[in-house]
Design a protein around this ligand. Sequence first.
Ligand code: RB5
Length: 155
Amino acid sequence: MRIAIASDHAGFDQKPAMVSYLESLGHEVRDMGPDSAERCDYPDYADKVARLVASGKAERGILICGTGIGMAITADKVAGIRAAVIQTPEFAELFREHNNGNVLCISGRFVSLEVNKKIVDNFLTTEFAGGRHAGRVEKIMREDDPGFAGVGTGL
Ligand code: RB5
């Protein structure tokens, strides 16, 4: 699978090991930086990976920051992206099965590399379940359409 990965300074420590792990599994990995643990802004790196996934140049994205939160907030603003912070392997499975997630955001500060590898395994091997989840994912994606005026609040 073609996978784009990036971090910020807080996720940098886990990135090289994660890149090697992904390559050992046979994936084609594009490391979008950074190249050092120097302080940097996570939205810049989330943007790169999210756009590669949205354009189809990468099939999945993996982002590592301190919590994963800022990466997910940024990536989700790019049209076509379904990103979430995932802290357990079980959530990674459901993120794929129910939400057809395409950008995984993980914590380099609060979750060990060992657990993050299991999260990544499930993210990469679990298929979207479709069925009743398909229409819900379509409803998520209509929020990307600037012409969509919302379902109405009644207020
Ligand atoms: C960086 O200090 C930290 O804010 C960042 O890595 C991330 O946790 C943001 O959501």
